[in-house]
Design a protein around this ligand. Structure first.
Ligand SMILES: NC(=O)c1ccc[n+]([C@@H]2O[C@H](COP(=O)([O-])OP(=O)(O)OC[C@H]3O[C@@H](n4cnc5c(N)ncnc54)[C@H](O)[C@@H]3O)[C@@H](O)[C@H]2O)c1
Length: 591
């Protein structure tokens, strides 16, 4: 096949247009850059020269490459020049009327075969296409900022776009070294459609004072491995831009979860737009700076001193219990590993020994450290042995009746003043507390799996938790080298309440045939730098586990948008549970 689009016009050479022009020229194509007037054309050329000089300085391209590349780019301010292009990419400011007028003009200027692409983020491509007499040759090409590093391009088809035009555009994106994903014309396309609902919920969580901005951001970075926390990301994107995108999404979906959180409007009205204005959710050294100057001090200490913890009891013999025992033993705490029988406790200790052995093999632990940790762990087959410990962490089955029964037993056995913690991910901590006669001593310590590796612990205080118990939890996290974040006793705490609605949105997007499993996963990895796409993650977590958490969230908040996607229910009913069953959203080789 012939190379698609040998000559490309780029109209609007701002942040995005200048980046696109360089990427296109780098692929060996001729680029006709068009700006609004002579002055802005001169500024745009300077911007392109500067960006390419920077690329030479960073050794991304050679000086010769740069010279050849610049020779392929012309910059002017006469729209008529677009007549010589095979493809026109529009990157003017995000205003519908401006874009529609431009497309109408391009339609008059360009020969009938020319393809017209818009760079819009949140406007309707269909409405832009409707300003022309060739809607079958109009589509969206949504690049990501900065264009030279971000590999993703969303190729947006309207109902009228000819399939061949979309295919040519995808081939063109590949020739620029990008990864195209196909999307339909819906506000936010794939990436923003999934990202912004999540950002909006994080903003609402902050607004309701459920957790601090630092804790919300740390929870998502450390709990999910995301490159940035949601509030820091909103500051980077621009609070005003985020609000505009959400407005457009809400307009189409009428989903309350897309209605911009009121705090976004307040920040915009106050001129606090994020990094670009020097202040948004955080305050920065200067406009445009990434250095936060009003970071809060760490959470520990803010609540006074905690109770003394010398010995720890862990209840349970599964993955989480064993992992938590490892965390405490490695930090030097004597730990009683209490299971329902001596045999189960011994088996859990053997698991722990294996895990420590693996760490030694990987060079993360010395033989001496392994022996010292193991020596601190005593397996016991009766909860009665926990009478004298200062802290009990419960990690038994995720079943409220089972946990309540255990807490009632602990209440009778464990000495007064000890802290009783549950590591539940989805049950109310207060229900465990209420099974005891000392709810003030009960708290949630939500470790993440695998506990030895994951830095995050959600510290969940109930309405009855005593302040010195919260302080104890924060101090103990610091001692075992975990990062605590504080939150209230609400379904999903911080991480799951933000993560699972996003996963559910991805399933809904698939169910609606808006995009494929592969396209959605690729889009989120390349567009947001996520370590896994949503379907990869669902298959790892387990579809049944995910469905349970989604149901708990829906039950708690009764938000229609949180109802589990029927496709997820169907897959679980069919026994497709993800990796563990060999089949989920993808097929997996059975181990
Ligand atoms: N900035 C981002 O992170 C980002 C990411 C993806 C997509 N987008 C989208 O890309 C498009 C461009 O955004 P941007 O951030 O580059 O904006 P920008 O404001 O940086 O650049 C717009 C450029 O268009 C020029 N312009 C205005 N009217 C014009 C006209 N009639 N003819 C020719 N040029 C004209 C302006 O002089 C300016 O240089 C928008 O639709 C935006 O939503 C932006």
């Amino acid at each position: 096949m012939e190379r698609p689009f040998p000559t490309v016009a780029v109209v609007g050479l701002g942040t995005m247009g200048a980046g696109v022009a360089v990427a296109v020229a780098q692929s060996g194509r001729r680029v006709i850059g068009i700006e609004a007037n002579e002055d802005s054309a001169a500024r745009a050329l300077a911007r392109i020269e500067e960006a390419t000089a920077h690329a030479v300085a960073r050794e991304r391209i050679t000086a010769e490459d740069r010279a050849a590349l610049l020779a392929r780019i012309s910059v002017g301010h006469a729209l008529d020049a677009a007549a010589a292009a095979d493809l026109v990419i529009e990157e003017v400011p995000e205003q519908l009327e401006l874009k529609r007028e431009l497309f109408a003009a391009l339609d008059r200027i360009c020969p009938p075969g020319t393809v017209l692409a818009t760079g819009t983020t949140a406007l309707s491509v269909t409405r832009i296409a409707a300003a022309t007499a060739r809607p079958e040759r109009v589509l969206g090409l949504h690049f990501f900022n900065p264009v030279h590093t971000m590999k993703l391009v969303e190729v947006v088809r309207t109902v009228l776009t000819a399939p061949q035009v979309a295919e040519d555009a995808a081939a063109f994106a590949r020739e620029l070294g990008k990864e195209p994903v196909a999307a339909g014309d819906r506000a936010g396309f794939v990436v923003n459609g999934l990202l912004f609902a999540y950002l909006n919920q994080a903003a609402a969580m902050f607004e309701s004072k459920y957790a601090t901005r630092e804790d919300i951001d740390a929870a998502m970075r450390l709990g999910c491995g995301l490159p940035m926390g949601p509030l820091a990301l909103l500051d980077l994107i621009g609070v005003d831009t985020a609000r505009t995108v959400l407005e457009a999404m809400y307009e189409q979906s009428r989903d309350r979860l897309h209605a911009p959180a009121p705090i976004l409007g307040q920040l915009v009205s106050a001129g606090l737009l994020g990094r670009k204005s020097g202040r948004g959710f955080y305050t920065y050294e200067a406009p445009g700076s990434s250095r936060v100057v009003d970071a809060a001090a760490g959470p520990a200490g803010a609540r006074g001193t905690g109770r003394e913890v010398r010995t720890v009891g862990v209840c349970g013999s599964g993955t989480m219990a064993t992992g938590i025992v490892e965390v405490f033993a490695k930090a030097g705490y004597p730990v009683l590993l209490a299971a329902r029988s001596q045999e189960k406790a011994e088996r859990a200790k053997a698991q722990l020994a294996k895990s420590l052995e693996r760490s030694v093999a990987k060079g993360r632990l010395t033989g001496e450290q392994r022996d010292a940790a193991l020596a601190l762990v005593t397996p016991v087959g009766q909860y009665a042995e926990l009478a004298d410990v200062d802290l009990v962490v419960e990690a038994v089955a995720e079943d409220l009746a089972v946990k309540r029964e255990l807490f009632a037993v602990l209440d009778k056995i464990v000495k007064p003043g000890a802290v009783l913690a549950t590591t539940t991910s989805s049950l109310p901590v207060i229900s465990c507390a209420a099974a005891t006669s000392r709810p003030q001593d009960v708290i949630g310590l939500h470790f993440f799996n695998p506990a030895p590796a994951m830095k995050l612990v959600e510290v969940v205080s109930t309405v009855l938790t005593a302040p010195d118990v919260t302080a104890t939890a924060l101090e103990i996290c610091a001692k075992v080298r975990k990062h605590p974040v504080e939150c209230g006793d609400r379904a999903g705490f911080i991480v799951n309440a933000l993560l699972f609605p996003y996963l559910n949105d991805a399933v809904r997007m698939l169910q609606e045939h808006y995009a494929t499993v592969d396209d959605i996963d690729t889009a989120m990895k390349l567009g947001c730098g996520y370590p896994m796409g949503p379907f990869e993650l669902l298959d790892v977590v387990g579809l049944d586990v995910s469905l349970t958490i989604e149901k708990v969230l829906h039950q708690e908040f009764r938000e229609p948008g949180l109802a589990a996607a029927p496709l997820l229910e169907h897959l679980v009913a069919a026994g497709c549970l993800g990796r563990k069953s060999g089949r989920g959203f993808r097929d997996h080789a059975r181990r």
